[in-house]
Ligand binder design. Structure first.
Ligand SMILES: [Zn+2]
Length: 87
């Protein structure tokens, strides 16, 4: 039994992946070449790890502050409503 060793399934996806990869790699290289917006570090992809981490932390703090403010307002509203709202 001698079958021709043709593997069309292995060649085509590989070529597709290669061309897709090179396009993505180019975009990644351009992105990576950007300096950090916050501290100006080169090759930081627009934002270095430290500044990215700081931004996430700041965003979390703002979010937590807003949740706390909403919560406090709710508590105040409930207390004020129970005392002063005629029903
Ligand atoms: Zn930075």
């Amino acid at each position: 039994m001698s079958r021709p060793m043709r593997r069309p399934g292995t060649l085509r996806p590989e070529q597709r992946t290669r061309s897709g990869r090179s396009a993505n790699a180019d975009a990644d290289a351009v992105r990576q070449a950007l300096a950090c917006e916050d501290c100006g570090q080169q090759q930081a992809g627009g934002l270095c790890e430290a500044c990215g981490c700081r931004r996430r932390t700041e965003a979390l703090i703002v979010e937590a502050a807003m949740v706390a403010a909403t919560w406090a307002a709710d508590l105040g509203d409930q207390a004020g409503g129970a005392a002063g709202r005629p029903q």
